[in-house]
Ligand binder design. Structure first.
Ligand SMILES: Cc1cc2nc3c(=O)[nH]c(=O)nc-3n(C[C@H](O)[C@H](O)[C@H](O)COP(=O)(O)O)c2cc1C
Length: 228
C-alpha cells in the first residue's frame, strides 16, 4: 500500500458505490488490483489471506474481491483491516467499491464489490438509504469520556477517520477512547462482520500519514490500541 497516498481525503470522500458502469476487467486491471491488495499492511502477519477476484459481481460491478478466512475474532479483524486498506487503495485508483455481506463466496465472511462507478440510480439510492449510508454517529456518541479539550488536533483527525469507516448496515458498533496525544483505544464487536478491522485500518493509515508511524496492538478480544 502506497504510504504517500492522502488517506485522510480518501476516507472523507469514499462512500459505498452500488451502481456501476458495465466494464470487463482486463488482465492488466486484475494484475494491478491484486498488486494494490497485496500492499496492505498486515496486523498479524501469521494470518494468511489469499485474495482472489471473482468475475460475477452484484450491482453490476466488474469484480468481487474476497479471500477464504477463518472465523476467529482475530481473523475477522484481519480481514477487515487488510480489506479496507485495499478499498482505500482501489478508491485512489478510481475504482468504486462496496463491502458486500449479502452473499458469501465459499469460506469468506463477505466480499468487496468493485467497478467503474456509474450514475447513481433509484436502486442505489434506495439501498443506500436502507443501509443508512449517509448517517454517522457523532464523535460525542462514540468517544467514551469525550476528547480532552487540550488534545492535539492529530487525535481528533485520527478519531474522525475511524468514525467514517464503513460497517455492515452502517451499525458503527465501536467506541473510542483517547488515552493520550499519542494513543487511542478502539473497541468493537467481533461477532460476525469484519467491521472492527475496517475501523482500525482507517485510524492506522491516518495516524501513519500524520505522524509517520503507527502501531496497532490487540489488547484483548475486541479491544485494540493505536499508538503513534
Ligand atoms: C462488512 C460489510 C458488509 C456490507 N454489506 C453490504 C451489503 O450486503 N449490501 C450493501 O448494499 N451494502 C453493504 N455494506 C455497505 C454499508 O451499508 C455501508 O458501508 C454503510 O452504510 C456506510 O455507508 P458508506 O460506506 O457509504 O460510508 C457493507 C459494509 C460492510 C463493512
Amino acid at each position: 500500500m502506497q504510504k504517500d497516498l492522502n488517506f485522510i481525503n480518501l476516507i472523507r470522500d469514499r462512500h459505498s458505490i452500488r451502481n456501476y458502469t458495465q466494464y470487463t476487467l482486463t488482465d492488466s486491471d486484475r494484475a494491478q488490483i491484486l498488486e494494490t491488495v497485496s500492499g496492505a499492511v498486515p496486523l498479524d502477519d501469521g494470518i494468511h489471506l489469499d485474495w482472489k477476484i471473482a468475475d460475477a459481481a452484484p450491482m453490476g460491478g466488474s469484480g468481487l474481491l474476497y479471500a477464504e478466512c477463518g472465523t476467529s475474532d482475530e481473523e475477522l479483524v484481519e480481514y477487515g483491516y487488510r480489506g479496507e486498506q485495499s478499498v482505500l487503495g482501489l478508491t485512489a485508483e478510481g475504482w468504486g467499491t462496496c463491502w458486500y455481506g449479502m452473499a458469501h463466496m465459499p469460506g469468506s465472511p463477505c466480499s468487496i464489490v468493485f467497478g467503474k462507478p456509474g450514475t447513481p440510480g433509484v436502486r442505489s439510492a434506495v439501498l443506500g438509504a436502507l443501509s443508512r449510508g449517509h448517517t454517522r454517529k457523532s464523535l460525542e456518541q462514540l468517544v467514551t469520556g469525550g476528547i480532552p479539550a487540550d488534545s492535539s488536533p492529530l487525535v481528533r483527525t485520527i478519531v474522525e477517520s475511524a468514525r467514517l469507516a464503513p460497517s455492515a448496515i452502517n451499525r458503527q458498533s465501536w467506541s473510542f477512547e483517547v488515552v493520550s496525544d499519542a494513543q487511542i483505544v478502539i473497541k468493537g464487536d467481533t461477532a460476525r462482520f469484519p467491521d472492527l478491522g475496517i475501523c482500525l485500518a482507517n485510524a492506522m493509515v491516518t495516524a501513519r500519514q500524520l505522524a509517520g508511524k503507527a502501531t496497532v496492538s490487540r489488547l484483548s478480544e475486541g479491544t485494540y490500541s493505536i499508538a503513534w
